[in-house]
Design a protein around this ligand. Sequence first.
Ligand code: ATP
Length: 234
Amino acid sequence: MTLIDVENLNVGYGDLQVLWDVSMTVEEDESVIAIVGPNGAGKTTLLKTLSGLLEPTSGTIEIFGEDTSEYSPEEIIEHGFVQVPEERNLFDDMSVYDNLRMGSYRHREQFEETREEVVNMFPVLEERRNQHAGTLSGGEQQMLAIGRGLMAQPKMLAFDEPSGALAPQLAERVFEKIEEISDDIPVLLVEQHVDRALELADRAYLLENGRIVTEGTGDDLLESDHVREAYLRG
Ligand code: ATP
């Protein structure tokens, strides 16, 4: 089965068209699909459209074989497509524990069991369980945002700039966790750190000015002249 099948998607904000005829897929046997491109290319807009937060002007979206273009954001999460947003959207005045609880609102009866899996992956979320999310470091907040996404028991997890605003060492730890997650759950990874995202990706799309300009395996894109000249140093 094709997990994600997007065809000829056009999306904008009022009169400003941002995505132009975007088509992309994620196949069942793929672990990490990356969408890379510069600031303002439309990567976040694409993820928000998949998550039901923005309505396309035209085009089709199928997730896990179902037309989800009319689904609400809640229905998309229930369907199994969960996003870890760029802004993280944590509840700053709530504890780490309660933030995780908010992520599992649909699977309350499995809360403790799922939480155990999540804190095994991110032990810091157990160490800091009673601390307010707003007092965590940037790296810890990113771990919590990912942990909360996992609490929803996703069938696919999408990450919007997970390394954003993190020091290189912390960003690397986040990428390692994403790789670990992708052993079990397919990952859609949106990143400006083009080199690292392409290393992780089975396949990737390069988005520029709202259009997919190149598609290929991570290695293909790493070796492409255009990608090297525009996005990679050396
Ligand atoms: P970034 O890495 O900066 O998040 P991006 O590739 O994710 O970049 P988008 O955030 O999708 O790009 O933005 C694409 C374009 O849409 C930009 O020109 C941006 O200014 C515009 N845009 C984004 N959000 C809105 C909005 N709410 N209203 C109007 N224009 C918007």
